[in-house]
Design a binder for this molecule. Structure first.
Ligand code: SF4
Length: 500
């Protein structure tokens, strides 16, 4: 993470920084004699003293120093985006390795950055975190951190992450816990690799380190806030990769039967707060109804990791359908495209909405041709697959007023990594773009039907449909206009893989 300072992008007008003569294009080198590593580090260093000395460099390389009475706050600097760190692992189930060739470069980025873990809940195997970085996490109180454990047995972990140096994950976790940092953890389960006794051991050893213990060696320290188990996801693009057994419906069902009971037991022993979390995909793959609200943590911990998205959607839909706002769906006729795992659940909800308010909404499961049929989540559908599905549906059932695509399929990368730079190159953010670079405009033009992102729930979907109506009335039909409307209203933010 060693960099020669951080570039000042802009200086807020009227700010302390402007008064002190700082300018865009300067490089912030040191704060109170310490090298500045990145934006997070800047915030931390600024918070340490009421009066701060900053050392900077002008573009002509001349250095200067200023002192600010900042009272522990920032002084109005907008700093350059941080260089994203990449992982040193070679996990047997790495999704990046299973990507078909030919997509844009940013999709092949194996980011693993504790800053993203802290800020956005990205999971890190901690492979790029050495002792100094772990000490930094502790010092700057970057808590909680999200850690991909996969398994605690060192020999097996070496096999799972494909890195002989990264077997002992508990050593790193313990350093964080000792320093008072809490961690959310996950294990991606691959049959025959880290299930069975390996999983039992992982569960036991992480539970021993659970947070908020009132006695024992971990009392008063950081703790493990949660452990999620996620079924391994395989695409058809595994040429030359280690063999990994797929999780079929029977395996998923058996896992649900066994571990939902255990999860409830752990929650009870954890003062009622769920600790062992099962990703939604266990239920959808095993064709089992997702459990009720109490099964998920009060704060919906690990929602972005696919834990509880279905239940959250169902809970919201139940309330929404009986609301006054839902009546505004009356008479609307739209096709909702989604992944095959979510389509049956969504269709059930839509049938109820249609009955209650007189709408004609229906969902269609889109086959994932790019990644293979075993990939059933909405977030990995490409523009091409969505386009084929919409055409096929129109041929079979006639036109609709609008086609709804999953918001999650419009994200450019898993999470906000695209706000960062890699090797000095800013990875572009293009929110109206599908994984295969098709844009919302292009799909709209091809279908000659308004295409709108789903949002995270039925209420947001209605907002999007109404925004599309307004855009059409104002300027005639244009995909570009629609896209602007969604961006302005901030409603097309990705909300996870199970969006309708
Ligand atoms: S840590 Fe993540 S990105 Fe790196 S190899 Fe493993 S799965 Fe892939």
């Amino acid at each position: 993470m060693a960099q020669k300072g951080v570039l000042v992008i802009s200086v807020e007008p009227g700010s302390l920084a402007e008064g002190l003569g700082l300018q865009a294009g300067d490089t912030l080198l040191e704060i109170n004699g310490e090298k500045v590593l990145d934006q997070l580090n800047y915030q931390f260093l600024m918070s340490q003293r009421d009066e701060t000395t900053l050392r900077l460099e002008r573009p002509d390389k001349s250095a200067y120093e200023v002192s600010a009475e900042n009272g522990g706050d920032g002084i109005g600097l907008d700093l350059a985006q941080d260089e994203v760190k990449v992982c040193k692992q070679n996990c047997v189930f790495c999704f990046v390795h299973q990507m078909p060739k030919g997509y844009r470069k940013s999709l092949y980025l194996k980011d693993e950055d504790i800053r993203l873990s802290f800020l956005y809940g990205h999971f890190s195997t901690l492979s790029s975190s050495d002792a100094a970085e772990l000490a930094r996490i502790v010092r700057e109180r970057l808590s909680p951190i999200h850690v991909s454990v996969h398994c605690t047995d060192p020999e097996v972990r070496v096999k799972v992450v494909g890195n002989p140096k990264e077997g002992d994950i508990l050593r790193k976790i313990d350093q964080l816990l000792e320093g008072g940092i809490d961690v959310h953890t996950q294990a991606v389960i691959a049959p025959g690799l880290n299930d069975d006794w390996i999983w039992d051991k992982t569960l036991r050893e992480l539970w021993e380190r659970r947070a908020y213990q009132t006695s024992g060696p971990w009392q008063g320290k950081g703790g493990v806030l949660s452990l999620s188990c996620v079924p391994v996801g395989l695409t058809v693009h595994r040429e030359g990769l280690p063999e990994v057994q797929e999780i079929n419906a029977g395996y998923a069902k058996a896992w649900v039967e066994r571990w939902t009971k255990e999860a409830r037991r752990y929650a009870e022993a954890n003062g009622g707060e769920p600790w062992l979390l099962l990703a939604d995909e266990w239920f959808t793959r095993g064709d089992v109804e997702v459990p009720g609200r109490a099964f998920y943590s009060q704060s919906w911990a690990q929602l972005e990791n696919g834990v509880g998205l279905v239940r959250k959607f169902l809970e919201h839909s139940r309330r929404f359908i009986s609301s006054e706002k839902a009546r505004r769906f009356q008479g609307r006729k739209a096709l909702l495209l989604t992944g095959s795992s979510f389509a049956p659940i969504l269709n059930r909800v839509l049938a109820q909405l249609n009955r209650e308010v007189g709408s004609q909404l229906r969902a269609v499961a889109v086959r994932n041709n790019d990644f293979g049929e075993s990939v059933t989540v909405a977030g990995l559908l490409t523009g091409r697959d969505l386009m084929y599905a919409a055409h096929a549906d129109r041929d079979a059932k006639g036109p609709v007023e609008a086609v709804v695509v999953p918001s999650a399929s419009l994200r450019t990368h898993t999470g906000p990594t695209d706000q960062y730079t890699l090797h000095g190159v800013t990875v572009a953010r293009a929110e109206g773009t599908f994984l295969d670079d098709m844009t919302l405009d292009e799909l709209t033009a091809d279908l000659r039907t308004p295409v709108v992102p789903s949002g995270a729930n039925l209420s947001q979907l209605l907002d999007h449909l109404e925004a599309a109506d307004r855009a059409n009335r104002a300027s005639g039909f244009s995909g570009r206009d629609l896209e602007k409307v969604f961006h302005r209203s901030g409603l097309n933010l990705p909300q996870g893989a199970y969006n309708p």
